[in-house]
Write a protein that binds this ligand. Sequence first.
Ligand SMILES: Cc1cc2nc3c(=O)[nH]c(=O)nc-3n(C[C@H](O)[C@H](O)[C@H](O)COP(=O)(O)O)c2cc1C
Length: 384
Amino acid sequence: MDLRNLRGLVSELDLPKIIDLIGLDRIIEAVGKDKLIQKIGLKKMIEKIGPEKAIEIASCYLTREQIEELLEKEYGGRLTTMAYVLALLASGRTKGFTASLLESAIEGAQSVENVEVELVHLHKYKFGPCTSCFACIRDESHECVLKDAMGGDGELMAKVKRANGWIIADPVHCWGPSAQIHLFIERCYPFIWSGNLEGMPFASISCASNQGMQRIANGNLCKWAFTYGLRYIGGMPVHTVYIERARQEAKTLGRKLAEAAVEDAKGRKKFPDPERYVDYLDKPWRVLEPYLDNLSNGTFEYSSSLIAQGLSNFTRQEAKDLLEQAKVHLEESLNLYKQSKHKEACDQLVRASALWTHATWKEFLEEDVVKTSVPGAYRPIVEE
Ligand SMILES: Cc1cc2nc3c(=O)[nH]c(=O)nc-3n(C[C@H](O)[C@H](O)[C@H](O)COP(=O)(O)O)c2cc1C
């Protein structure tokens, strides 16, 4: 069958039959996934192929907000959509310890109603490192232009965009997370600029079987969850010495993640910086100490800080003006931290960090590297 006939068939709206006959990929090839929903309408697609499949196709080119808006318009909250949980296995061993823990988590997740769980073995997908082209920052769509599984049109990226929650199961490699999961996380960079992962539930499992360092590895996964604005539902640093108990706990973790994903499927709740910094105070990676440590060059004193040095070395006036404001908040944050007022210290750090980010952007990135101003979703400056 040639593509013209296929286009005709698709507009006759007999989608389920055509999908069975030819397969969805071929239909998308003929019509273009960006045209499919426009041609048929999301409501008709839902009637014909069910909400899960229709939303999966729609999420290839519409943002979550646009889909939610369409669903609200058509169904006014009466449509129950299944939550979609991605269970990501980063170990090369599909029958190893890490995989067995993920299986337990999946069992827990599947015990929750209205949840579809997909196990994804990351090693099966081909994708390389970020090439620092910064197209995902410059372009308003905030899509990755690379042509691989994690590019804007990539097979794995489509699953990532659709997810209402992730459970990552990662083997401990070299006293930290595996290279595979680091690569995956790096390629999620476009979401920093779109803000589309902000508020999505996240859970992690780090499994060691030798020297250990599972706590450091899991802390790193938690750190990445923070940087993407994810909601940290829980994490398990596991050593195989207690793997039986851990398998039981993984079931509970999977269930908790799935319950949070069900809520996410009803509409994702934003997770703005001031709330998120405080929320992570009791998580395996607390943002407060490492951020203050880094900004103050390990001294916890303003005088040795990057901001103090920037005020002497920066050349652009706009960047210096931002640093002057950041200085006040960093000094205040360090003072509050020393008085053990951690929530208040977080509030001041959020302000300092946004100003610092915008200042470095002006000084180093805007004209010479990224060649665009800071996208709105990224570290917004808190109004005084
Ligand atoms: C490159 C590499 C580095 C590793 N580094 C560590 C380590 O730092 N600590 C540890 O306890 N185990 C380490 N291991 C062992 C893994 O953690 C071990 O494979 C673990 O059981 C993960 O589960 P799985 O391989 O069954 O998926 C390493 C394994 C590899 C292949």
